[in-house]
Design a protein around this ligand. Structure first.
Ligand code: NAD
Length: 489
C-alpha cells in the first residue's frame, strides 16, 4: 500500500547544518503542496549570516574530520552505507511525493533507486580515478595530482529534488569535499531527510549541510561566500548566467551549470514501428508533466510518417488522468505551481497568435482545484521562430514541425539558444550518424529517449544549456582541482 495521507506526514521544514536541525530567522516563505496547492509548511529562509555559519562549519568539518584526507575507500564505504539507507528509508518517498510533482509510484520505482544508485556509482569513483603521470624528460617526474576544492556550493531546481541532490553530492563528497546544498525553495523537504541519513551512515557532521531559502537571498549568499571554492548549479539558463557572473566577481570560482533545454525529437520515415516510436516521443515530453530539462518538446517529423505518428500521439495524449501525488494509482505529475501554469498558458497563447494550432490538450484538467495538472498538448502549424519552438515551456507541450529531406530536418533540429539533448529515430545508420554529428546538443539518443541507469554516461548541455557535466567520471573529476608537480632527480 503506497498511498498515504499527506496531512499525517511530518515535514522537516528547516536547515540542516553541522548535523543539527536549525530553523533560521530570515524571511518566512510559504511552501505549498504541488498536487493541491494547500500550504505544507512555513520556511524561515537562511540569510547571509546563516549561510556564513553553514559554510564556515563545512570548511572546518572537511579539514578537521579527516574526510578529505582519509583513504578514498573509506569515503566510498560511507557513501555506500548512505545509498543503502536512502533505498530502505520509509520517510523519504513520502517527503518527495508530498513536496514535489513526483507521484509516489514513480518515486518508489524510479526516484529512490536512481538516487541511491547515483551515490553508489560515486562511492566507486572515490578510489578508481586518479591524476596522471606525464611524459616529461627522463630526469624528471611530472604528475598531475588531484585534490578536493574544500567546500562546494550546490544549488538545485524543483523538478527532481532527490536525484538532482545525488548528482551534486555524490561526486563532490566522493572526491573529499564538503557540500552546502540549497534545494529549491519550492521543494525543500526531502533533501533534509537525505542529509540526516548521510549522518547516520557515518558522514562526519558538517560535511553535508542543507540551507533553505530563495535564490535571491540564500542562493546568492552561497555563491558569493569566499570559502565556497566551486559552485555546481542546476536550473534555468537565466539563473545560470547570473550565477556564472556572481561566481566570477566573487573569487573567480569555477562553475558547473546544468541548464534549460528545448530538445528535438527527429523522426525519419524509416523510424520503424509507429506505436513504439510514439511511446518514446510521448514519454519524452510528458514525463514529470514536461518539467524535465531533457524533455523532448520539439517533434520534427518527416512528411511520409507524419500523419500516422501525429494521429497516434493525439490518441495517446487523451489517456492521461490527473491524480494527487500521494495516491498510488497516480502516474501523471502536476505543474509545480500556479506561476508555472500561467507560463505554459502564456506561451501556448502566443504560439497560437503566430499560427499555431492546438491538435489536442491546450488547457488544464478541470476539477483539480489548486493542483495545476496540464493536459498533454500538441501544437502544429508552428514555424521555427514561433515562441513555442523557441522558448523552454517546462510543461507537457510538444510542437510539431514537418520536414522533407535530411538537411531540412537537421536544420530544424538545432536550436539557436539551447543544446541539451536530442532524440533521433531511424533505422538508417547513415541518418543516425549524420544526425549525431549534425545536431548541436550535449546528448544524442538514437532510437530511445531519456537517460538510462548507466551513470557512467554524463549529461550536460551545449550553448545556453550549460557548461560541464553531471554524472559520469566527468562530474567526479570536476569536483577536484589538479596540481601540476615536477620533480627533478
Ligand atoms: P531556477 O533557475 O529558477 O532555480 C534553480 C535554483 O536556483 C533554485 O534553487 C533557486 O532558488 C536558485 N536560484 C535562483 N536565483 C538564484 C541566484 N541569483 N543565485 C543563486 N541561486 C539562485 O530553476 P527552476 O525553475 O527551479 O528549475 C527549472 C529549470 O531547471 C529549467 O530551466 C530546467 O531545464 C532546469 N534543469 C536543468 C537540468 C539539467 O540537468 N540541465 C536538470 C533539471 C532542471
Amino acid at each position: 500500500m503506497l498511498s498515504f495521507d499527506p496531512d499525517k506526514v511530518s515535514l522537516p521544514a528547516g536547515h540542516y547544518i553541522n548535523g543539527v536541525h536549525q530553523h533560521g530567522a530570515g524571511n518566512s516563505l510559504l511552501v505549498k503542496r504541488p498536487s493541491d496547492g494547500k500550504p505544507a509548511a512555513e520556511l524561515a529562509e537562511a540569510d547571509a549570516s546563516l549561510v556564513d555559519e553553514a559554510v564556515t562549519l563545512a570548511d572546518r568539518a572537511v579539514k578537521e574530520s579527516g574526510w578529505a584526507s582519509c583513504p578514498p575507500r573509506q569515503r566510498g564505504a560511507v557513501l555506500r552505507r548512505w545509498a543503502d539507507l536512502i533505498a530502505a528509508d520509509s520517510e523519504l518517498p513520502r517527503l518527495e511525493a508530498l513536496g514535489s510533482t513526483r507521484p509516489i509510484h514513480d518515486v518508489i520505482q524510479h526516484e529512490i533507486p536512481f538516487t541511491a544508485e547515483a551515490i553508489r556509482f560515486y562511492a566507486e569513483c572515490a578510489d578508481k580515478f586518479s591524476g596522471d603521470v606525464l611524459p616529461t624528460r627522463a630526469a624528471s617526474l611530472g604528475m598531475l595530482v588531484p585534490e578536493p576544492y574544500g567546500v562546494i556550493g550546490a544549488i538545485t531546481p524543483w523538478n527532481f529534488p532527490l536525484s538532482m541532490a545525488s548528482w551534486k553530492c555524490g561526486p563532490a563528497l566522493a572526491a573529499g569535499n564538503a557540500v552546502v546544498l540549497k534545494p529549491s525553495e519550492l521543494t525543500p523537504f526531502s533533501t533534509v531527510r537525505m542529509a540526516e541519513l548521510a549522518t547516520e551512515a557515518g558522514l562526519p557532521a558538517g560535511v553535508l549541510n542543507i540551507v533553505q531559502g530563495s535564490g535571491a537571498v540564500t542562493g546568492s549568499a552561497l555563491v558569493a561566500h569566499p570559502l565556497v571554492r566551486k559552485v555546481s548549479f542546476t536550473g534555468s539558463t537565466q539563473t545560470g548566467a547570473r550565477i556564472m557572473s556572481d561566481a566570477a566577481f566573487n573569487g573567480m570560482k569555477p562553475v558547473t551549470l546544468e541548464l534549460g533545454g528545448k530538445s528535438p525529437q527527429l523522426v525519419f520515415d524509416d523510424a520503424g514501428d509507429i506505436d513504439e516510436v510514439a511511446g518514446r516521443i510521448l514519454r519524452g515530453f510528458t514525463a514529470n508533466g514536461g518539467q524535465a530539462c531533457v524533455a523532448g518538446t520539439r517533434l520534427i517529423v518527416q512528411r511520409g510518417i507524419a500523419p500516422q505518428l501525429i494521429e497516434t500521439l493525439t490518441r495517446l495524449c487523451q489517456n492521461f488522468r490527473p491524480g494527487v501525488t500521494w495516491d498510488e494509482t497516480s502516474r501523471y505529475a502536476p505543474l509545480i505551481d500556479a506561476r508555472q501554469a500561467a507560463k505554459v498558458q502564456q506561451v501556448i497563447r502566443a504560439a497560437c497568435q503566430q499560427g499555431g494550432e492546438i491538435l489536442v490538450g491546450g488547457e488544464r484538467f478541470a476539477g483539480t482545484g489548486e493542483g495545476y495538472f496540464w493536459q498533454p498538448t500538441l501544437l502544429a502549424g508552428v514555424s521555427q521562430d514561433n515562441p513555442a519552438v523557441q522558448e523552454e515551456i517546462f510543461g507537457p507541450v510538444l510542437t510539431v514541425q514537418i520536414f522533407d529531406d535530411e538537411e531540412e530536418g537537421l536544420a530544424l533540429a538545432s536550436h539557436p539558444t539551447y543544446g541539451l539533448c536530442s532524440g533521433v529515430h531511424t533505422k538508417s545508420i547513415d541518418h543516425a550518424l549524420r544526425a549525431m554529428r549534425g545536431i548541436a546538443a550535449g546528448t544524442v539518443w538514437i532510437n530511445r529517449y531519456g537517460r538510462s541507469g548507466d551513470f557512467i554516461v554524463p549529461t550536460g548541455g551545449f550553448q545556453g544549456s550549460g557548461i560541464g557535466k553531471d554524472l559520469g567520471r566527468q562530474a567526479f573529476e570536476a569536483c577536484q582541482r589538479y596540481k601540476s608537480v615536477l620533480i627533478d632527480f
